[in-house]
Design a protein around this ligand. Structure first.
Ligand code: BTN
Length: 258
């Protein structure tokens, strides 16, 4: 990809999922910069096989097809690029300060306001040699705080005023463009990784991570070069590649030995 990425925005009243739509388009050879924006998704997808639901018109639901030349270990930077752009967009379009909860949530305080899901298709040809098709999708709760009991918030609630979805969308694409360029150079990737560390509100927090069959409790101390979370636990430092992280309240601690 080069510095003159053009966004081709396709708007839909309803789709199954903006990610699924663009993955299909990627297999048909659609170019980098193709964007799908939907008012409603019949089968929106979240991380770890979950659903992403929101009533029609209540959220910003969009995905972007990118074709970066990246090692598999750096693919997490695509998620980071979109999440970082969304942090900027929430600030610019709504005056809301948000942070990134590892690995891919946007939070205001402790409340989730958006989630990012990036999916790669290694078989989808159509980009430069060595490139990989990646669809990065984001769902922002604009007027709906998410399912009851899930601890989410909406951008309008956080802003204390109505938020225009179109303005948020425009701000998102503007903030994304330079970060997409950054994906294609070692210096740009190092900058994105650094920016992610600066915006990741999980770092420095005591956390509980649910992994298959066990729970890790400790202090989130860093990110590895491939985006894994380092957790300093009583038994040593654990490297977490994927999982659900809970930020512990500051006075919950991580046990008497810490
Ligand atoms: C998560 O928090 O689990 C990630 C949620 C990602 C949801 C967005 S909505 C637009 C795009 N299309 C999908 O099907 N999912 C993503």
């Amino acid at each position: 990809m080069s510095g003159d990425l053009h966004f081709d925005v396709r708007r839909f009243e309803e789709l199954d999922s903006t990610n699924s739509y663009l993955l299909d388009e990627a297999r048909r050879g659609a170019p980098a910069g193709t964007v799908a924006l939907a008012d409603h998704q019949r089968a929106g997808r979240g991380r770890l096989g979950r659903q992403w639901e929101s009533p029609p018109g209540s959220g910003l639901l969009c995905s972007v097809l990118l074709r970066p030349t990246l090692e598999p270990a750096s693919l997490y930077l695509v998620t980071a690029a979109l999440a970082l752009a969304a942090v900027d967009a929430c600030r610019d379009a709504a005056g809301v300060r948000s942070g990134i909860k590892w690995p891919n949530d946007l939070v205001v305080g402790e409340a989730k306001v958006a989630g990012v899901l990036a999916e790669a298709d290694l078989t989808a040809a159509g980009g430069p040699v060595g490139s990989v098709a990646v669809v990065a999708g984001i769902g922002v709760n604009v007027t709906w705080p998410g399912p009851p009991g899930a601890g989410g918030t909406s951008l309008a609630e956080a802003a204390g005023r109505p938020v225009e979805r179109d303005r948020l969308f425009d701000a998102l694409l503007s903030a994304l463009s330079p970060r997409v360029d950054a994906l294609d150079s070692p210096r740009g990737r190092a900058g994105l990784a650094e920016e992610l560390r600066g915006r990741c509100v999980t770092l420095g927090r005591d956390v509980r991570v649910e992994l298959a069959g066990r729970t890790v409790i400790g202090r989130a101390s860093g990110l590895t070069p491939d985006g894994h979370l380092l957790v300093d636990a009583a038994s040593g430092t654990e490297e977490v590649a994927a999982g659900d992280v809970v930020h512990l309240r500051r006075n919950e601690g991580t046990g008497p030995d810490r």
